[in-house]
Design a protein around this ligand. Structure first.
Ligand code: PEP
Ligand code: CO
Length: 448
């Protein structure tokens, strides 16, 4: 695989896993042609800024918080949803920054996170085999055969929803909502009434006191832009390669190719094959990229992935997201960390404590336990402390809503509660209280 031979469509010569069976290939290609002419969602310069911030993370001078929905939804598309998810991430970032004194790089699983890899191509609904739901970029989640037929028009709908979502995120983060003087406003009512919410209120009051103090000292807070705006980046799994290719553009400043569908793209655990189309596609775009690593990943393949995805050993270019499952980290992660270090790749190591800890509840709900999530994070930190490497970030599935999808947390969600507000289309997400709780605990780990 020679980097010279890369082009936005060179992935087509490789085996592409997890691609839908479009009933009408020609209709799919027509949609891609249309998408290749639409304006980019992000700019190359923004992707480069994120990469510089991630370089700070890889050096241990910042922490990565990547969080958002498992799958964005066409049904749940509103200003309120976007705002609520953003504010829980802002709250977590404030808790982490204040608690650890380290800047937080904020990356959403948002504005493009519409496609899902599936372990099984079919599922059984009422005795009938129907194709699995693959995310709203591909088909509908309704449990019916017609709903599950892949429809390429959905790619255009995703682009439009991503554009509107990103537009609102830019307005929220640059237009006053993310102003540090608004820390109180980010605390939603159902959160404020909980123990974590009250703890957050106290922290917000301290921040406001500090701001008043600085103002009294004569510091001109109004002109300090960093107090009034935040950098918030977008990311998603680059799964449907036709969509990613169609949004890939050549940067006029550098001549390099960027996938302008998001600032950061990642490769999932199921599509990280060295010879596969996903690795081929992402190796050639200049965005910062990430790759998930499950418990079966070997040191050899991890180093081979690094060689393909980060041949120049560029700080911030590659984030490796460990998603081993609680109890497996101490065995599975150290060989990978050592091999990557020995090979000289300045990667960001992040932990996804969600996807290795999913199980079925007795009532048949897919769930995760807060304690397992926290255990995996602790184990991840312990490995990096022992290896002398940097535990650089966390990758979380959450929602700003008051859902009951993951068990546990300070205001304990019990198995009997799962049915009451279980709204995810895909994986179970932490609710805003559980997310805040998690942030406090991660801040403690960062302080140690
Ligand atoms: C995900 O992040 O939603 C996902 C499917 O993760 P993984 O590839 O790690 O299973
Ligand atoms: Co998921």
């Amino acid at each position: 695989m020679d980097i010279q031979q890369w082009s936005p469509d060179s992935w087509r010569e490789h085996r592409a896993d997890q691609q839908p069976d479009w009933p009408d290939e020609a209709a799919f290609e027509r949609v891609l042609k249309q998408l290749s002419g639409v304006p980019p969602l992000v700019f190359a310069g923004e992707a480069r800024s994120l990469q510089s911030s991630l370089a700070e993370v890889s050096a241990g001078r910042a922490f990565l918080l990547q969080a958002g929905d498992c799958a964005e939804s066409f049904h749940d598309f509103s200003a309120d949803t976007i705002r609520d998810n953003l504010r829980v991430i802002l709250q977590m970032a404030v808790v982490l920054t204040y608690g650890s004194g380290v800047p937080v790089v904020k990356v959403g699983r948002v504005a493009g996170q519409f496609a899902k890899p599936r372990s099984a191509a079919y599922e059984n609904v009422g005795g009938i085999e129907i194709p699995s739901f693959r995310g709203h970029m591909v088909n509908d989640d309704a449990p019916a055969l017609e709903a599950r037929v892949p429809d390429p028009e959905r790619l255009l709908a995703c682009y439009n929803q991503a554009a509107a979502t990103l537009n609102l995120l830019r307005a929220f983060t640059k237009g006053g909502f993310a102003d540090l003087s608004q820390v109180h406003v980010w605390n939603q009512e159902f959160v404020a009434s909980s123990a974590e919410g009250r703890r957050y209120e106290a922290l917000a009051a301290e921040i406001e006191r500090a701001l008043r103090f600085m103002k009294a000292c004569g510091i001109d807070l109004a002109s300090e832009q960093r107090l009034h705006q935040v950098e918030f980046w977008t990311s998603h799994e680059a799964l449907i390669l036709g969509y990613e290719e169609a949004l890939t553009r050549r940067d006029s400043l550098t001549g390099d190719w960027y996938d302008c569908s998001a600032h950061l793209l990642w490769i999932g655990e199921r599509t990280r094959g060295l010879e596969g189309a996903h690795v081929e596609f992402l190796r050639g775009v200049k965005n910062p990229i990430a790759c998930k690593l499950g418990p079966a990943a070997t040191a050899e393949e991890t180093v081979a992935l690094c060689a393909l995805l980060d041949p120049d050993r560029t700080p911030g270019r590659l984030t490796l997201i460990s998603r081993m499952g609680a109890g497996k980290v101490a065995d599975a992660l150290p060989p990978l960390v050592r091999a990557v270090k020995a090979a000289g790749h300045p990667v960001v190591w992040a932990v996804d404590p969600m996807h290795g800890n999913t199980f079925g509840s007795p009532s048949g709900r897919k769930t995760r336990h807060f304690d397992d999530v926290m255990t995996e994070i602790k184990e991840f930190f312990a490995v990096h402390r022992a290896e002398g490497t940097v535990p650089g970030g966390v990758h979380i599935e959450l929602t700003g809503g008051d859902v009951t999808e993951c068990l546990g947390g300070a205001e304990e969600v019990l198995e009997a509660h799962l049915d009451s507000r279980y709204t995810t289309m895909c994986d179970p997400r932490l609710n805003a209280r559980q997310s805040l709780d998690l942030a406090y605990r991660i801040a403690e780990l960062l302080r140690d």
